[in-house]
Design a binder for this molecule. Sequence first.
Ligand code: APR
Length: 231
Amino acid sequence: MKGVVLTGAGISAESGVPVFRGDDGLWEGHRIEDVATPEGFARDAETVHRFYNGRRRRLLEVEPNAAHLALARLAREWAGELVLVTQNIDDLHERAGSPEVVHLHGELLKSRCTACGVVRECRDDLSRASLCEVCDGIDCLRPHVVWFGERPFHLGEIEQALDSADWFVSIGTSGRVYPAAGFVLAAKAGGARTLELNLDPGALASSFDESRSGRAGELVPAWVEEVLAAG
Ligand code: APR
């Protein structure tokens, strides 16, 4: 048996990490094109650095919740092959104990050098004055995250997993951002049974075989119990 889990911002909401899409369409008061596009970074790198510095500092203060812990338990105790894909740039799955996490949209606690390409752990603030310790370049580090208009990571690997999955579960994602929003149909095309766990039915609820509404901190542990009981 093989299962693919996709998580989005909703799984980290109960840890205190804000979801993206407020009713005003802004990301914590910023326009998406200002803080999450290569063009926005080219225009005003300091604003983009400040935005991610704030998110990085906040991430270092929060903890995984019951939903992250339940997925880590699933990886430990389920006999099948589990592929955990996340759109989140936080490290809460890792801190909860999930052994392998496929980060489609990159990782906030890593920087990338736009000059030499090296990706390194990054727990401190970045700015235009930050130095790349590998190539000695200045004004060349950026958060190792995927912005709108950039190609997400690990797509080939994810496509293969979806194609051969027996089930696909989507947790805490609005289903509005591609390519992740297309995973449910790819999984179905490969013959998988599909389930959505979300606070409210997402944009793609009707594409799933089953959709359950509620908080991830409750729905995910209950679902993991079911999977483990089924063997
Ligand atoms: N439990 C379960 N689901 C929740 C909870 C909760 N406690 N709180 C919120 N949600 C749901 C919301 O109902 C919503 O459907 O989580 C979803 C969050 O949606 P988005 O903010 O759009 O986040 P996500 O789907 O992960 O966004 C995808 O878009 O902004 C880009 O790169 C960014 O990775 C992100 C991608």
